[in-house]
Design a protein around this ligand. Sequence first.
Ligand SMILES: CC/C=C\C/C=C\CCC/C=C/CC(=O)SCCNC(=O)CCNC(=O)[C@H](O)C(C)(C)COP(=O)(O)OP(=O)(O)OC[C@H]1O[C@@H](n2cnc3c(N)ncnc32)[C@H](O)[C@@H]1OP(=O)(O)O
Length: 302
Amino acid sequence: MALAVGMRVLTRSLLRPWVRGPGATPGRTGPVAGGGDCVRCFGSPRVLVEPDPAAGFAVMKMRNPPVNSLSLEFLTEMLISLEKLESDKAFHAIIITSDCPGIFSAGLDLKEMCGRDPTHYAEYWKAVQELWLRFYLSHLVVISAINGVSPAGGCLLALSSDYRVLADNPKYAIGLNETLLGIVAPFWFKDTLVNTVGHRVAERALQLGLLFPPAEALRVGMVDQVVPEDQVQSAARSVLAQWLAIPGHARQLTKTLMRKPTADRLLKERDADIQNFVRFISRDAIQKALRTYLEKLKQKKS
Ligand SMILES: CC/C=C\C/C=C\CCC/C=C/CC(=O)SCCNC(=O)CCNC(=O)[C@H](O)C(C)(C)COP(=O)(O)OP(=O)(O)OC[C@H]1O[C@@H](n2cnc3c(N)ncnc32)[C@H](O)[C@@H]1OP(=O)(O)O
């Protein structure tokens, strides 16, 4: 409920044509991050959407610096942008990528899961569920152009796509590392991984909290392609052509056939999953583990 209200408010206030600089005219050409012009870009503070309706796709750039952590506001903005693209018949695909150098997404925002009250945890978890459900089941072709490190929730987002292109940089590790934080990946994170890499690889990766560098990620099937860093976006665009050449209804029905059983499991147990999360995350031991982890991240700098 709170999420629905939040989304309505954000839809009104944030989904405006993307314009940069004072005096720019909404809906008209404006400059985009990285240079160049963008016709009818739109978005919100944390999500920039560069549409190419003639080609049938849009690039969704995550820009929640410093690390694209999936805060409640950021999740909500991503959902709104996705919804907007899904409801426009001009779009058949999106490429999701990052505007934060070296980081695809640091995963769920630890500050949303630490030192807050149960109502907040429930609202946050509902938004996380929603993001996964919407991306996992989207009728659009979703390609991840992974141009940075993507642990945990960042990896889940990538795994929810139909195809993953990873930049070949040894720093850009990807995986569900929850156990390293002393937390447990929920069953639908696990199912998404199993569906991608198979049971044995997933079992080992989840228990050990493995973060796979590019060559390993490709070997186990966590990503579909590894390309030189400067070719991630062009490779994603190239592969999109293959996906868009398939009759849309046949591809969409096939996607649903493959993914619905996994999504249905969460849909059936959604409230219980929220209660489970709230109970788990509220435990003193878990809160302590999260605080220690955040502290470690801070100390790393000094
Ligand atoms: C039985 C079980 C039942 C139920 C269980 C239910 C649920 C539990 C499971 C919940 C699932 C959680 C999934 C997640 O996604 S948890 C998040 C996991 N993410 C990580 O481990 C990544 C942590 N971050 C990093 O490793 C590095 O930051 C990173 C490699 C991404 C980037 O490194 P870099 O050196 O470039 O930056 P830093 O200096 O480390 O960070 C900059 C600032 O950003 C803050 N930060 C980083 N990550 C996060 C985050 N995920 N959330 C919030 N904030 C984050 C970091 O602290 C720095 O902050 P400042 O010091 O500048 O204030």
